[in-house]
Design a protein around this ligand. Structure first.
Ligand SMILES: NC(=O)c1ccc[n+]([C@@H]2O[C@H](COP(=O)([O-])OP(=O)(O)OC[C@H]3O[C@@H](n4cnc5c(N)ncnc54)[C@H](O)[C@@H]3O)[C@@H](O)[C@H]2O)c1
Length: 210
């Protein structure tokens, strides 16, 4: 199954960038925040970033509007119940991330991949609160997300890797920094693939679940 619907938890610095590049790559994106004020702040930042791209001639007004149409903001985590992949980009706090993953595990269908954008925390520790440890991984974007093309896929000892792309994430418990154009990682019956960026100034992730 191809991933079509992405959820992003947190519309702060990283979350809003992940939302922007995912919507720009054609995905239907739902992003959550803890309250309406922070959600509006994040959504406004996404709108300004897209408007700046139009001003600089890197995008058109029609493209900007089409991208914005693919983004939905929410303060209700239940809205992640139809997502194929959820990327958590909340603050760097292990207890908070565990709480979020436990909640997502109860809301999302069993096939949904749950990923954390954590820089330093243990992904296996986060995965431990879920009943889907083979489907939990790190997807680590870099700042500023719309510019940085590098994305790290982080596999834990319980993330199950199958399929053609084992080589790209072959060693357990290690972080693998790979150019997005090289990434094609399969997790259990799911796979995530980052396509080459289509715009030299814009990271363009492509996610598949099979
Ligand atoms: N800032 C960086 O350069 C950078 C780079 C790579 C990775 N990261 C990682 O990305 C993650 C996010 O970092 P950031 O810099 O975007 O932080 P940030 O503080 O800018 O944004 C985090 C957002 O998450 C929101 N949030 C907290 N709990 C939430 C919940 N339960 N539901 C929905 N939203 C919630 C907060 O309100 C806040 O707006 C961290 O794990 C961080 O380590 C950061």
């Amino acid at each position: 199954m191809e991933v079509k619907k992405i959820g992003v938890v947190g519309c702060g610095l990283m979350g809003r960038g992940i939302v922007e590049v995912s919507a720009k790559a054609g995905y239907d994106v739902t992003v959550s925040e803890i309250n309406q004020e922070l959600l509006d702040k994040g959504m406004n930042a996404i709108k300004s970033s897209l408007a700046k791209a139009v001003e600089k001639g890197r995008s058109t007004e029609d493209e900007k509007n089409a991208i914005l149409k693919r983004i939905k903001g929410t303060t209700n985590t239940q809205d992640f119940k139809d997502r194929d992949l959820v990327v958590e980009a909340a603050i760097e706090n292990i207890e908070l991330k565990k709480k979020i993953f436990k909640e997502l595990d109860g809301i999302c269908p069993p096939e949904t991949i749950l990923a954390s954008n954590t820089s330093c925390l243990s992904v296996i520790d986060i995965a431990s609160v879920t009943k889907r440890q083979p489907k939990v991984m790190g997807v680590h974007f870099f700042n500023p997300v719309p510019v940085m093309k590098l994305v790290e896929l982080v596999r834990t000892i319980t993330t199950v890797v199958t399929g053609h792309s084992k080589g790209s994430v072959s060693r357990q418990n290690e972080r693998h920094a790979l150019a997005p154009s090289m990434l094609a990682a399969s997790y259990n019956s799911a796979s995530i693939f980052f396509s080459p960026a289509t715009n030299k100034n814009m990271a363009s992730p492509k996610f598949f679940q099979t």
